[in-house]
Design a protein around this ligand. Sequence first.
Ligand code: GLU
Length: 437
Amino acid sequence: MELKEMNRKLKNHPEPKKNATGMVENVMEQFNTAADHINLNPNIRKILAVTNNELIIHFPAKRDNGDVEIFTGYRVQHNNALGPYKGGLRYHDTVDIDAARALAMWMTWKTSLAGLPYGGAKGGIKINPKLYTQSELERITRRFTYALGENIGPEHDIPAPDVNTNAQTMAWIADTYMSTKSPSERSTYQHVVTGKPVGSGGLEGRDRATGYGVFLCIKLWMEEKNIDITGKRFIVQGFGNVGYWAALFMEKAGAVMVGVQDAFASIYTSTGIDVETLYGHIKANEGSVQNYPEANQIDKDDFFGLDCDIIIPAALGNQITQDNAPSIKAILIAEGANGPTNVEGEKILLNRGVAIIPDILCNSGGVITSYFEWLQNRNGELWKLEEVMEKLETKLGASFHNVLRAAEERNIDMRTAAYIIAIERIEKAYVQRGIFP
Ligand code: GLU
């Protein structure tokens, strides 16, 4: 019996549902579509179709009452042809090996498309963090970091925040990792994670970067189509770091937020929801939009069909599917989340003329600024907010136009175009280097 199988049986872990999220099939289908288009070298196709390394860790952590609980953490490293593995850690009930695999693959395409010297990885812990106190989360995070050991590292695999993890989580990881090093070299390891708090090696603007990138992609798309963003109505699924910042930048540009959905409720009002007021309500209301007095609560299944121009899915994967795609009225979907649209849903939308700015482009502002943070730490620099935002805009803007041009030239959708650019860059590296031995 394989060790991980044995561990699961011994600890009586339920067998994870095979492809419960369906995200692996989605990312593979997207990859194969693009690979077919460019007749990808069959050997490189074989390499990219599988992940390099997969780690499943069962580790103990103490609850506040002294009880010990066993948690399961994952880190999947998909590919590092272009540089160290890079990608977030998420804390969520849906985290399993398949989710980590799919998300790691998306990171490989994302970093390659953005022209960064990184590969792709993803991981996290299967946990509902809402059920744990801050001190419990600290112990869980530190123990997971310790268990990951040298499987992460500033020049090897660099985690970052993702769903339900934040700058504080990254500070704990950095501190734990650095504590295992000798005192004289400790401080040279802070770029083992990005997305740290400003003041602990973190980068000014990293917090808003993903949301800003989502907004920027929407703005550039609108400019390209000669559509004025003022007065355009948008809805947001997920009001975490990505959803909140994207909404704020959209509002500043004159667009109107008419609906928001989170794990607990969906709200709508045609007259518009003030972003900061809603944010205040969420903070005071155990993190939920539920019972927001200035909007109506609606059925969750009616959300994506709301009357609006732009949809920003900024929560989890597989949200826009064959079940709700036919009812969508928006003209544009800007994927703040990873994998929010499944393959069947996308087909329906493209047939209906709905445009999709794909995740690996649309939410790449996060990892682009992670790269800036990594450079800042490596070079012993402190970058200013204006500098960060300007560089982000240049890099993401270039990426956006590359994708749009490729889509037009080849007469294909933006996702396939983005994949082609990403895959070709990796293909080139393999062709130049060859396969060892
Ligand atoms: N978790 C984010 C993503 O999915 C950021 C990853 C990173 O900065 O490494 O892109």
